[in-house]
Ligand binder design. Structure first.
Ligand code: GLU
Length: 473
């Protein structure tokens, strides 16, 4: 049996939206479930989209997600090069082989001629389809044009009758009428292959067994199958996946910034949580388990359970997953994770390590992404607080002043400033002022922190410090 090999084949745009990443996840899981290989191939035949450093960016992204790339441009295996622009000769050689076999042909049609055809098609309200003008040129005619150096492309000669069947793991068998297939370009006039040609050559030569890609390629796959047949090659398994749409139901794009993996990462979303969230976006396990370790995912993953319909990115759900993962971090890992966000936002020079640890620890069960802590801890860094309407009207109630007066006396009397002594002080206020529950805690909370909700009151008071608390009172 062939070793399972899947490939992730992004264009080097320096940007990975979560839809691309989800494809990589599916590919990775299919490979690893069979102890197979996961390959990275860079599809850069459209050189205009190329961005400096994009390959390292893809390596970094996949490594953050804990996907080991078994072969790729930075760790070549036996099937290199892994960058399409370095494989130009390979595509050309194979295109010529097809010309030899009569499955492809040289086309010398000028842009002007093609523009005219496009115009006519548009006047007739028809989709443009190349008319096969050069398909029947004689060998002599072709040789003459080539000798003269006339620019050309190489096109695939499609059968005009019959049907081609595409078998897909997710969508089943799809029957395509050959008459709708255009004689597509395989090699462009600049000598570069089209995606439609390069993907077939590479997938075959790299021994890829499973091709996972966007559903938008499904209809094209009949043309790929005809190429495999023309070469006499075995076809891979196809796994076409429906799109991930943005929160507003539109297609994900670079402009929709928050759908990029790196943006999420920089906001404090944990890669493990992103992966866990994404895999369930369009795939469902047999059980109703939601939080999966990588090993559990590899075990549970079955591409047959990928959904046929598109799924919608949902930040709330992602936040839920991320919060689960934050809660599960060890104290040390959690600290390393949130500290950079704090350091970025506040000057911590005068804060002790103990204070910083205490501060962040009380938020581990409350934040759903790393950067969220910045806003949450604001009350500990501001000098002045202003009360909103709701707080003000609460503070106008009878008895509030007496509670605060008693509280102030208790605080002043504390000699050993710690959470326990503060808890005792609050308890004493309860006795002295004869209040309890909300009427005890809320006036104190509002007076010291300026807000009605927050972490445990004794921790809050402790972290604010005696001086600040008395000043606010
Ligand atoms: N370069 C293609 C893309 O980014 C890959 C499609 C495929 O995986 O075959 O959409």
């Amino acid at each position: 049996m062939k070793k399972t090999r899947t490939r992730f084949a992004p264009s080097p745009t320096g940007y990975m939206h979560i839809g691309n990443l989800r494809t990589a996840i599916f590919e990775y899981l299919i490979a690893k479930k069979d102890n197979g290989d996961f390959i990275l191939r860079i599809e850069d035949t459209d050189q205009t989209r190329k961005v400096e450093g994009a390959i390292d960016f893809i390596y970094d992204t996949l490594s953050l997600c804990r996907f080991k790339i078994d072969e790729g441009p930075n760790n070549e295996g036996e099937y290199g090069p892994y960058i399409q622009s370095e494989r130009i000769d390979i595509y050309k050689k194979h295109a010529l082989e097809l010309v030899e076999k009569g499955a492809a042909y040289y086309c010398f049609c000028t842009e002007e001629r093609l523009d005219k055809l496009r115009e006519v098609a548009s006047l007739n309200k028809q989709a443009f389809m190349y008319d096969g003008h050069c398909r029947n040129l004689s060998k002599e005619e072709v040789d003459e044009m080539l000798a003269k150096g006339v620019p050309y492309v190489i096109r695939q000669a499609m059968p005009k009758t019959g049907e081609t069947i595409v078998s897909d793991v997710v969508y089943g068998d799809i029957v395509i009428n050959n008459s709708v297939l255009e004689d597509q370009i395989l090699i462009k006039s600049d000598g570069y292959p089209t995606y439609n040609f390069a993907n077939v050559i590479d997938d075959h030569l790299m021994n890829i067994t499973h091709v996972v890609r966007g559903k938008e390629y499904l209809d094209q796959t009949a043309k790929y199958n005809l190429l495999y047949d023309a070469f006499g090659w075995e076809k891979p398994e196809y796994v076409h996946v429906a799109m991930v749409l943005g929160e507003d139901g539109s297609k994900l794009s670079k402009r929709n910034g928050d759908a990029s993996f790196m943006d999420l990462y920089n906001e404090g979303y944990l890669p493990d949580a992103i992966v866990n969230y994404l895999v369930l976006l369009g795939w469902s396990p047999e059980t109703n388990q939601e939080v999966f370790s990588m090993d559990e995912l590899i075990n549970a993953f079955d591409p047959k359970r990928i959904s046929k319909s598109s799924s919608q990115y949902d930040v709330k759900k992602l936040n839920w997953f991320n919060a689960q993962y934050i809660k599960r971090l060890s104290m040390d890992d959690y600290f390393d994770f949130v500290l950079p966000f704090l350091k970025d936002a506040y000057n911590l020079d005068e804060k002790s390590d103990e204070w910083i640890h205490h501060l962040v620890s009380i938020y581990q069960n409350h934040i759903s992404y790393g950067k969220e802590i910045v806003n949450e801890v604001k009350i500990f860094f501001e000098d002045d607080i202003t009360l909103d309407e709701e707080c003000l009207s609460f503070m106008k109630q009878d008895g509030v002043n007496d509670t605060l007066k008693a509280f102030k006396e208790e605080i002043e009397a504390i000699s050993d400033w710690n959470v326990d002594s503060i808890s005792i002080a609050i308890n004493n206020v309860k006795e002295k002022a004869g209040v309890k529950g909300k009427m005890l805690y809320m006036p104190i909370r509002i007076a010291v922190s300026g807000v009605m909700h927050g972490p445990e009151l004794p921790d809050t008071i402790y972290l604010l410090g005696k001086e600040k608390v008395l000043k606010r009172l």
